[in-house]
Design a protein. Sequence first.
Length: 92
Amino acid sequence: MTLDALLKTIQDILEGPRARSHGDFAVNLTRAAELWTPVLKNGPVTADKVALCMALLKVARDEVGEFNEDDCIDGAAYMALWALLVAHRNRT
């Protein structure tokens, strides 16, 4: 892939259908930061915290953008991963 092709792909992502479904990127990422802050402020960043934060990113996208079924599915999958990782950590 050339640099021009890569930049065009990025522009299409940022200005295309995803921009409409996810909402304004600055507002979306600001909301994600607000949701992530209490999760990440105590202790090291662990795999289970990453999974939880990724689920919260999907929540932020829904709050800022349009409903997207993929975000619901992804969010549920990240919550399942979070639960599995916490259970695994608690067993060890």
